[in-house]
Design a protein around this ligand. Structure first.
Ligand code: GLN
Length: 435
């Protein structure tokens, strides 16, 4: 069974030794691979072959990885179910009638189905953690600036990071060890004013080694607002996972972040605004299908975009263009930026009381294929627990926390910037207690 997890199967390997030798890796199809088409799940890029490798691909090759395919995704990362792909929906290996989550649904499904050992996805507002939770695997969204975005086709560049997906916390950490670090092709990878690589937070971290560290001295804050919106089945699994953490000495406290009620609105205004600008390059000249030459640039541009983009992508370009237009910018975009700053400040205050924060990754278990597509608003609300993390540039991990009615539930742990080692240690503890 392939579950339609891959858009293109590949057999790319450059070296047989290195820390990832023998590991089969699946790559989300918005990460550029030289010589192998990179479609972003869009008809617009159906036959686009990048001339260069993303930095993460270079690192994987050097580490001895075997790249087995480019995975299915919501078109340009816009969605949470992998149903907006121009290449058809991916099925959830746990239950084929259900979505695998998204937008990195193909990557999570490939790992869950055993078609790949590890995978890379990208997370703009939850797209690594959401499919990890829905497919019962582990997914990590790194701190903004820890992993190079060079070669990642941009959807909303101020929010997104490439992140690892694996069967276990240790596999995810091993992949993070390879991809984290400064990159001169991406100025947002963090290093100090003197461009000293030694100061990059990923430089001296040892993520895989951190997985076995004890979590028992930690204080974990439960974000009240993000538990209230979850279904009873999800809440039961989430509470049970917290109880096991408590049983090994973790201190569990309640926290409240009042800004979070505005997070989904702020996220969608910012994400759509950035998307409307980033996707302007798909004009039929530099990218896109051939068109009949009309002699009128506006007509040709409109025709290519009408045929090349799906409905959700068009909706977001229109809304994003509106939010940035003269006369409305202050009302929407500027307000959303204020809300973003407020969310970040609320998180900072919460981290004065707790080392890490916890929520259910998704408020629901995976919906049936076809169930949620005609109600975009309902889909956007499904992101309530994941988008605050991207607004505040924080790292977060989703780790399996049992099943409700046979369907996986994910526990999300959120940490301060560059606290990936602590997050991985705590996630490793959750994993070992549930096995
Ligand atoms: N579901 C969210 C969106 O559609 C997140 C997507 C993502 O992280 N790429 O924007």
């Amino acid at each position: 069974m392939s579950y339609n997890a891959f858009i293109t199967e590949t057999d790319i390997r450059e070296s047989d030794d290195g820390p990832l030798a023998g590991q089969r890796v699946a790559i989300k199809d918005n990460i550029s691979t030289a010589g192998t088409r990179t479609t972003c799940g869009s008809a617009m890029l159906e036959s686009y072959v990048p001339p260069y490798d993303a930095t993460v691909i270079k690192r994987l090759k050097q580490a001895g990885a075997h790249i087995v395919g480019k995975t299915n995704m919501d078109e340009f990362g816009m969605g949470g179910t992998t149903e907006t792909s121009a290449f058809g929906a991916t099925k959830n290996p746990v239950d084929e009638t259900r979505v695998p989550g998204g937008s990195s649904g193909g990557s999570a499904a490939a790992v869950a189905a055993g078609k790949a050992d590890i995978a890379l996805g990208s997370d703009t507002g939850g797209s690594v953690r959401n499919p990890a939770a829905f497919c019962g695997v582990v997914g990590l969204k790194p701190t903004y600036g820890l992993v190079s975005r060079y070669g990642l086709v941009a959807y909303a560049n101020s929010l997104e990071q490439i992140g690892p997906i694996g069967q276990s916390v240790s596999d995810v950490a091993a992949l993070l060890d390879i991809v984290a670090g400064v990159d001169h092709n991406d100025a947002t990878t963090r290093y100090d004013a003197h461009h000293d690589e030694a100061t990059h937070p990923g430089k001296n971290a040892e993520y895989q080694a951190a997985v076995g560290n004890s979590a028992s001295s930690l204080t974990i804050g439960v974000i009240r607002e993000l538990v209230e919106g979850a279904t009873t089945g999800v809440t039961e699994q989430f509470s049970a996972a917290l109880e096991t953490l408590r049983s090994v000495g973790v201190d569990i406290v309640d926290v409240s972040l009042s800004s979070l009620e505005h997070a989904v609105q702020a996220y969608y205004v910012i994400a759509m605004s950035e998307a409307s600008s980033n996707l302007a390059r798909f004009d039929g000249v530099r990218y896109g299908p051939e068109t009949a030459e009309t002699g009128n640039w506006n007509e040709t541009f409109a025709d290519v975009r009408e045929r090349g983009f799906g409905e959700e992508v068009k909706r977001r370009i229109l809304l994003g263009t509106f939010a940035l237009s003269a006369g409305y910018q202050d009302k929407y975009y500027t307000k959303a930026q204020d809300a973003r700053a407020w969310v970040a400040q609320d998180f900072n205050e919460a981290f004065e009381r707790a080392d890490l924060l916890a929520t259910p990754t998704m408020p629901v278990t995976p919906p049936q294929i076809g169930e949620s597509l005609d109600n975009p608003l309902q889909l956007y609300l499904m992101d309530a627990n994941t988008v605050p993390v991207n607004l505040a540039d924080l790292p977060a991990i989703s780790v399996p926390a049992g099943k409700h009615d046979g369907l996986p539930v994910g526990l999300q742990l959120i940490g301060p910037q560059f606290s990936e080692e602590t997050l991985l240690a705590a996630a490793g503890t959750v994993e070992s207690l549930s096995n």
